[in-house]
Design a protein around this ligand. Structure first.
Ligand SMILES: [Zn+2]
Length: 283
């Protein structure tokens, strides 16, 4: 934990562009000017994270409710990869790039440090989410450590990738009122899923493919893990199924911008994702 606190102290103020309640400081503004890669975030190129996407995520985050799926009115889905970066990151990025697909990576701080350069590599195909510094079960931590795990990781990813981090996913689905409050205070949206690949339960590539493909519907948010060879092996079949169903894989911010859930759907939690649309019916 001392190392984690050290990182947070080192990085404190390096990016001050938090959501509400955290106005940029003069030093943060100066720092942003010296980070040329951040400029890409204001453009509309594929793979970038636009201001309108950030605004859409911030608006949804202000409700303080977790997201399980998108609005289901457009033929969009979100592939999400937890726990990286790691040994399969280059392969995953190459596959996504080759098929012109986008994904969301929920990164862990200790992995970012163990695999330097890989989070930056993911920028061209990814949006990023906070998955804590060391992947603990947050509800069992003392409050200060819980805060450090979440806030420290948000700062670390923003420093390394020059991207705003407005998404959070709790390790082991470990939420509590205190965790939810901290995520909201930091301007982030809690992102869960409505389709579980079951790769973290040891499913092989054929079962992962089956689990994902059977859940492919407009608005689906699909849970996968980046450091599993069986998951990476299943990707091409999953991509083929997306093409067959005329579904586009986008990042979570793009999904929220183009097809956000209604407030009623958000309030319904996972049950708000139940509607099934036939291929071709979703616009
Ligand atoms: Zn995880």
């Amino acid at each position: 934990m001392a190392a984690a606190v050290g990182v947070a102290l080192l990085l404190a103020g390096s990016l001050g562009h938090r959501a509400s309640g955290h106005p940029p400081t003069p030093s943060a503004a100066a720092s942003a000017r010296t980070a040329p890669r951040a400029a890409a975030d204001t453009g509309g190129a594929r793979g970038s994270q636009t201001r309108t996407q950030n605004a859409a995520v911030a608006r949804l985050a202000s409700y303080g409710l977790p997201l399980f799926c998108g609005g289901r009115s457009k033929r969009l889905v979100a592939l999400t990869f937890d726990d990286g970066p790691g040994p399969y990151t280059r392969l995953a990025v190459a596959k996504l790039r080759r098929h012109d697909l986008r994904a969301t990576f929920f990164l862990v701080g200790k992995q970012i440090r163990a695999y330097p350069g890989l989070a930056q590599l993911e920028r061209s195909v990814a949006a990023f989410g906070d998955h804590t510094l060391t992947h603990p079960f947050l509800p069992s931590l003392p409050n200060a450590q819980m805060v450090e795990q979440i806030a420290g990781e948000q700062t670390l990813i923003e420093h390394v990738t020059a991207r705003r981090v407005l998404l959070f996913r709790p390790p082991y689905e470990g939420r509590s009122p205190a965790v939810d409050r901290e995520v909201r205070r930091l301007g982030m949206l809690d992102v869960l899923w409505n389709v579980d690949s079951a790769d973290s339960l040891g499913a092989n590539y054929a079962a992962i493919e089956r689990n994902v493909v059977s859940g492919l519907r407009p608005g689906a948010i699909i849970l996968m893990h980046e450091n599993r060879g069986q998951t990476i092996r299943a990707l091409l079949s999953i991509f083929a199924a997306l093409a067959r169903d005329h579904l586009q894989a986008v990042t979570i911010p793009e999904l929220i911008e183009r097809d956000p859930p209604s407030l009623a759907q958000l309030r319904a939690g996972g049950l708000g994702c139940a509607t099934k649309l036939k291929p071709g019916s979703g616009g």
